[in-house]
Design a protein around this ligand. Structure first.
Ligand code: ADP
Length: 519
């Protein structure tokens, strides 16, 4: 009982640690892959931030420089001479210097544009854009900006309020987007394992490569705060192979964990099965010991009783004396058979093969077994109808062992089918086999037990409760003997209508027989 508890506890412990290990492996793998993804995301976020700051500081530093230089030029009254030079900054498209009424001051407009385009842009600025800029509310000397679309085109304006000699000026700088797109962006967004995009408020591509919105791609978005506040920078990992590799590794991890778990479970299953089998075998063994002891005891007490009667001379007539002696003889034969069975069985259990094969006449062997059973048959008031084919080829067999096998089948028919009154035995040559059938008309065997009765110590349910003696090793012995002869044994039965046991032995081919004879 304690051993059983220990085994169960051990199985439970192994199971629990296997489940724990699998869970740990699973969570570790998921954690690692989540962590990897997070690291990639963090790196890309840092990168996107860096790019946005770089671009914005380039624009804002240009703006601040322009604001300061324009203010100085106004102070020195050199706007007319200096504005053109100040506007030479490549990132500057136009500069508008406006007075406190938001009207352009004299010589206060400069632009890269030429001809009609210059005129169109200036008119647009003065009529539509400038009045909409929050210039008046702007604190002094602080850069403000507006990013918007006018007449279908994007513009970025930066502005500052300046107070010079008690007069208020507004300096508005229009950023040169063409220069930015052609010269600045390519510098910031080189071809690398990462893809860059600048998208507008509707998600439309303004700059960069169009990359598919694959959910497995790690994509980071970073807004521009100081400049293009309607646009966002998007960064994606172009080299997805490392992600794919991570995915593959995760699958592999799961397969390995699942596989080991399955192996452990299968192992435990086999162990549980082995334990159950062993327990069953132990139960059967003890049952066998009590059965055998009982079987040994009965003939022994009969022998001792009749021996005592003879020894004490308690016989009324010589005929009675002969009868007592016959009983003693019969019981001792039975005892010897039982002991033979047990010893042979013990040999099988130890794995000792003690067969002596010769080319024998199987008909003779079967006839001898029938002969030996005559006495028991007569006592059970049964008869045997034997039909032994006279023209049988020689078969390679151990006559003693085979006799024992046939005797066991006949004994069983006598034991379990006495009501049928007869036993039919046929021995035939069919193709390349010699087939022996032992049929009785007893209670038969249930279908689910027909294979099990060949197991050692197994006794059918129907006989276990009856006072029919047996040890459950007879048929196991028969099967072992037949298999040692390279034959097969089987049982066919319809419960209530008797049973037929069939032994089929191979007949050696002519060449094989010749070969053996030569050898
Ligand atoms: P034993 O006869 O000592 O119990 P066996 O191995 O010879 O052991 O037989 C195993 C079981 O098979 C028997 O206990 C019995 O239940 C069943 N059996 C064997 N032969 C017959 C038969 N001719 N008719 C019905 N049941 C049989």
């Amino acid at each position: 009982m304690r051993r059983l508890l220990l085994v169960n506890a051990l199985i439970f412990a192994v199971l629990a640690s296997a489940v724990g290990l699998a869970y740990y492996g699973y969570s570790y793998t998921s954690e690692v892959s989540t962590r990897e993804r997070e690291i990639i995301q963090d790196t890309m976020r840092d990168l996107a931030e860096e790019k946005v700051i770089g671009i914005e500081s380039l624009i804002t530093s240009t703006d601040d420089k322009v604001f300061a230089e324009v203010a100085r030029a106004i102070e020195l009254d050199r706007l007319r001479d200096d504005l053109q030079t100040i506007a030479g900054e490549p990132l500057v498209e136009s500069i508008y210097v406006l007075d406190d009424r938001v009207a352009p001051v004299l010589d206060g407009l400069v632009s890269r544009r030429t001809g009609d385009e210059r005129l169109r842009a200036r008119t647009l600025f003065l009529t539509a854009i400038a009045p909409s800029l929050p210039l008046r509310d702007q604190p002094l000397n602080v850069r403000g900006h507006v990013h918007g679309t006018w007449e279908g085109r994007p513009y970025l304006f930066s502005f500052a309020k300046k107070q010079i000699d008690d007069r208020t000026y507004y300096v508005v700088v229009e950023t040169n987007l063409t220069y930015l797109f052609i010269n600045v962006f390519p510098e910031f967004f080189p071809r690398s394992p990462r893809l860059y995009q600048v998208v507008d408020q509707d998600g439309l591509l303004r700059y960069g490569f169009d990359f598919a919105a694959d959910p497995s791609n790690v994509v980071i978005e970073q807004p521009f705060n100081e400049t293009f506040d309607k646009w966002r920078l998007r960064v994606a990992q172009k080299d997805v192979s490392s992600q794919e590799r991570a995915g593959r590794r995760q699958i592999l991890d799961f397969v390995l964990i699942g596989g080991s778990l399955a192996v452990i479970l299968a192992g435990l299953g086999v162990l549980a099965l082995a334990i159950r089998r062993e327990r069953r075998a132990n139960e059967l063994k003890s049952e066998f010991i009590s059965n055998v002891s009982h079987e040994l005891k009965t003939p022994l007490s009969i022998i001792s009783m009749f021996g005592e009667l003879l020894a004490l001379g308690r016989v009324k007539s010589p005929a009675q004396g002969t009868e007592y002696a016959e009983i003693i003889w019969r019981e001792s034969v039975r005892l010897a058979r039982l002991i033979d069975n047990v010893l042979d069985f013990a040999k099988i259990e130890r794995g000792v093969d003690a067969y002596e094969f010769t080319d024998a006449d199987v008909g003779e062997v079967v006839a001898r077994a029938i002969e030996l059973s005559q006495h028991r048959l007569a006592k059970a008031e049964m008869t045997i109808e034997a039909e032994l084919d006279p023209e049988l080829p020689p078969v390679r067999l151990d006559p003693n062992a085979f006799t024992l096998a046939v005797l066991n089948l006949i004994d069983n028919a006598i034991k379990y089918a006495p009501d049928g009154k007869k036993i039919a035995i046929t021995l035939k040559h069919l193709d390349d086999r010699v087939v022996l059938r032992v049929r009785d008309w007893g209670q038969g065997i249930e279908p689910d037990e027909q294979a099990r009765i060949f197991e050692r110590f197994y006794r059918a349910r129907a006989v276990r409760l009856k006072p029919i003696r047996g040890s459950g090793i007879g048929l196991a012995l028969v099967e072992h003997i037949v298999q040692a002869h390279h034959g097969t044994v089987s049982c066919a039965s319809t419960p209530g209508q008797g049973a037929t046991f069939t032994i089929s032995l191979p007949v050696p081919s002519a060449t094989a027989v010749r070969g053996r004879t030569v050898a």
